[in-house]
Design a protein around this ligand. Structure first.
Ligand SMILES: *Cc1c(COP(=O)(O)O)cnc(C)c1O
Length: 355
C-alpha cells in the first residue's frame, strides 16, 4: 500500500502532476520548449513576487546552494547555522575553498536580526547564507526583520535557502531584497525530486561577474546566457518542467494567499494537537515553521513503532534529524496536503498513543 507522505520531503504528489511527467518528449532546443520554459518561469516569478530571473536547475536544491556559494562569494561569507541544512551551506562554502565564518546558535533557535547586524558591521563579509525554514528543527527565522538589517549592507549578497517553505509561505523577494533564494520542487511545491528553482537578483549577477572559478554546471553567467533564450545550458529534466508548469497553474488557481493560509492553519492545528497531548515544541516559541512541526518526543515512544502503526493506515511521518532521531518527531504539513489529511493523520497518532 502507498503511504501518504507527511515527511518534510519528498511530499505527496497529485496524480495529474505525475501524469504531466509522462508527457511525450520534446527537444530542449525546440521552440516548444522555450514556450514551456517561459510559461513556467513567469508563474514562479508570481509565486515569489519578483521580476528577478528564475533559474530552473536539473539538480536537487543542494546543487543551487553550491552554485550560489561559488558565484556570489569572493571575500568571506557569514553562514548562519541553526540546524543541519544551514550547516550544509557552510560546509559547501568550505568545500569550495571559500572563507566561511559560522554564526551558530543552538539547534531549535532562530537566527535573529541583531546577531547578523553585529557580524556584518565588521565589514568582513560580502555574502551571507541562511536557511529560512530549518527543516531539521522546525524553525522559521524572522525574514522580514533580517531583510531590514540587510538593507543597511547593500554590498553583501543575501542568500536564502527556502527549500522547505517556498510555495508554502509568502516570500516577497523584491520587497525583501533577497539576492538568491532557492528551493527544490519535492517539498512545498509537491512535485517529484530532481528539479530546483532559484530567483537571482541583478546584484547577484553583477557580483558573479567579479568572481573567479564559478565552476561549470552552475555558472550563473552561462545559465543567464541561456535563460535569455528561455533555455538551459545542459539538457534539463523536461518531464519535470512539464510538471512544474502544471503545478504552478494549480498553485495560482488555488490563490497564493489561500495556499499560504492553508499552510499556517495546518501548522497551528498540528501545534495545538501536540500541546493538548502534553507534547512541547522543539522550535523556539514565536518561530515555529509553517510547513513542518518538530515536536519533542516527551512520551518517549519509538518513532519507528509509530510509523509501523501508521503504515497500516497508509501514512508515514518523520523521525528527528541526526542526533534528534528519537528525541523529536517531525510532521510535515506542506505542499498539497489538506487540513482533512492532517485531521486524519493526527487521529491515527491519537489511536497509537492510547494503546
Ligand atoms: C531538503 C532541504 C535541503 C536539501 O535539499 P535537496 O533538494 O535534497 O538538495 C536543503 N535545505 C533545506 C532547508 C531542506 O529542507
Amino acid at each position: 500500500m502507498h503511504k501518504r507522505l507527511f515527511i518534510p520531503g519528498p511530499t505527496e504528489v497529485r496524480k495529474s502532476n505525475l501524469e504531466a511527467m509522462a508527457t511525450p518528449m520534446i527537444g530542449h532546443r525546440f521552440p516548444e520548449f522555450d514556450v514551456l520554459f517561459k510559461s513556467t518561469v513567469e508563474k514562479v516569478q508570481k509565486l515569489l513576487y519578483t521580476n528577478n530571473i528564475i533559474f530552473v536547475s536539473t539538480s536537487s536544491s543542494t546543487g543551487l546552494m553550491e552554485g550560489a556559494m561559488r558565484n556570489c562569494v569572493s571575500k568571506r561569507v557569514l553562514s548562519c547555522v541553526n540546524g543541519a541544512f544551514s550547516k550544509r551551506w557552510a560546509q559547501i562554502g568550505e568545500a569550495n575553498g571559500k572563507e566561511v565564518d559560522r554564526l551558530e546558535v543552538e539547534w531549535g533557535k532562530a537566527i535573529k536580526p541583531e546577531m547578523i547586524d553585529e557580524k556584518l558591521k565588521t565589514g568582513k563579509y560580502d555574502a551571507i547564507s541562511i536557511a529560512l525554514n530549518e527543516t531539521s528543527t522546525g524553525v522559521y527565522s524572522p525574514i522580514t526583520e533580517i531583510a531590514e538589517v540587510m538593507k543597511k549592507y547593500p554590498d553583501v549578497i543575501f542568500m536564502v535557502d527556502a527549500v522547505s517553505c517556498m510555495a508554502g509561505t509568502k516570500i516577497e523577494v523584491d520587497k525583501l531584497g533577497i539576492d538568491v533564494v532557492l528551493a527544490g520542487v519535492q517539498k512545498a511545491f509537491a512535485l517529484p525530486p530532481g528539479l530546483a528553482v532559484a530567483a537571482i537578483s541583478e546584484k547577484a549577477m553583477e557580483k558573479a561577474k567579479t568572481v573567479e572559478n564559478r565552476g561549470y554546471y552552475f555558472d550563473f553567467l552561462v545559465m543567464k546566457k541561456y535563460y535569455d533564450k528561455w533555455e538551459t545550458p545542459a539538457t534539463p529534466s523536461i518531464s519535470h518542467i512539464y510538471a512544474l508548469d502544471k503545478q504552478m497553474s494549480y498553485i495560482l488557481e488555488e490563490g497564493l494567499d489561500n495556499r499560504f493560509n492553508r499552510h499556517l492553519k495546518m501548522a497551528e492545528y498540528t501545534r495545538n494537537w501536540a500541546k493538548e497531548r502534553g507534547f512541547t515544541m522543539f522550535s523556539e516559541e514565536g518561530y515555529h515553521s509553517p510547513t513542518v512541526s518538530c515536536i519533542n518526543n516527551t512520551k518517549g515512544f519509538k518513532v519507528g513503532d509509530l510509523n509501523a502503526f501508521l503504515a497500516e493506515k497508509g501514512a508515514v511521518i518523520s523521525n528527528g534529524y541526526g542526533t534528534l532521531k528519537e528525541k523529536t518527531f517531525r510532521i510535515a504539513h506542506m505542499g498539497d496536503t489538506q487540513m482533512s489529511n492532517m485531521e486524519e493523520l493526527l487521529s491515527w497518532i491519537d489511536e497509537f498513543l492510547s494503546k
